[in-house]
Design a protein around this ligand. Structure first.
Ligand SMILES: [Zn+2]
Length: 331
């Protein structure tokens, strides 16, 4: 119905999206396209019942029998969803591990060839099974040849072997040798025991990889007191660390009774950006066991980040959605 009321209505969505187009279009800096669209109504119970760490193995059920062609179709569908929104570059983690072996990355490479005229795609290996177990290490070594960027998940090896540090050593030394960037999932659980962003900074310095490392999430950083957060921002600046925020992915952080500084379960971008730390945007998992209700919509992610962080600097928001993504993907 056409409204007869003469009021001026500001449409922030239109304003931001027109600026995003001028800056070259959306960049989705972090997604897991190989597992996109694997959730079904029957499987929603798994999402509700299990923690992320258990799902690292539960998702084996959608990986173990998936063929190269199935991966190709799933990844192609996710890429088309990005192109339809005006996304011009995407960085996708792809599982390469003892369960799916190299089938997902083979499907992914085929999909990249098909869409190369429409979108720039960078692939990063996901190490859901870690890099310490010999079988997992074997697939990490194979993957490091195929991918553009080396991917990490130190929590996996910390939980299984108490070897989160060694996990990062393997990632960073491999990336250095192969002259590749590194993207690492850190501080995901929104608890003050997590100090993975700090560990990633220390390891980046130790391996001389300053400016080559990107931290994904950094949610738990916000659960620490201000003095600690400030200390870490200095470390991030010194190591030229960059960050990818995926707002929907962790907004479902579980209720608990632990007292900690009040914050929404989001990357603390309102503190990072004034410090000069580059922040980019990702959808993370789309419609899978981890994040069943993410529909891969870039505007939804940017709006949640804006509102949840009470952050309204338009210029910076446009950078988050565009040029910072180009930077973190090394394009
Ligand atoms: Zn992820």
């Amino acid at each position: 119905m056409q409204s007869k009321h003469k009021i001026q209505e500001w449409n922030f969505k239109q304003l931001l999206i027109s600026e995003i187009k001028k800056k070259g279009g959306w960049v989705n800096s972090h997604v897991h396209a190989d597992r996109a669209f694997t959730i079904t109504p029957k499987k929603l119970g798994i999402y509700q019942k299990y923690a992320l760490e258990q799902k690292w193995d539960i998702v084996d059920e959608v990986k173990k029998n998936a063929s190269v062609d199935e991966y190709y179709r799933r990844i192609s569908h996710a890429i088309e969803l990005m192109i339809s929104q005006g996304v011009t570059a995407v960085g996708s983690f792809i599982d390469v591990d003892p369960v799916c072996e190299d089938r997902a990355i083979k499907g992914a490479l085929k999909a990249r060839g098909k869409y190369k005229k429409h979108i720039k795609i960078k692939y990063i290996n996901q190490v859901l099974k870690g890099v310490i177990h010999p079988k997992a290490r074997k697939w990490f070594d194979i993957a490091s040849e195929y991918v553009d960027i080396i991917g990490g998940l130190p929590r996996r090896d910390e939980r299984d072997y108490g070897k989160g540090k060694e996990h990062l050593n393997i990632l960073l030394s491999t990336a250095k040798r192969k002259k590749k960037m590194v993207h690492v999932h850190v501080d995901q659980f929104n608890i003050a025991q997590d100090k993975e962003t700090e560990l990633l900074c220390d390891k980046t310095k130790e391996h001389g990889m300053e400016g080559k490392v990107v931290a994904i999430h950094c949610i738990s950083l916000a659960a620490h007191p201000i003095q600690y957060r400030k200390k870490i921002y200095q470390k991030m600046k010194k190591t030229r660390m960059m960050v990818i925020s995926c707002p929907t992915a962790w907004i479902d952080s579980k209720r608990n009774e632990v007292l900690q500084p009040f914050h929404n379960s989001l990357t603390p971008i309102d503190e990072m950006i004034p410090e000069g730390i580059p922040v980019a945007l990702g959808t993370d998992n789309i419609a899978d066991y981890m994040v069943p209700f993410c529909d891969g919509d870039m505007w939804s992610e940017l709006r949640l980040l804006t509102v949840g962080s009470r952050y309204t600097n338009f210029k910076q928001l446009v950078n988050i959605a565009t040029v910072n993504g180009i930077k973190v993907l090394g394009i």
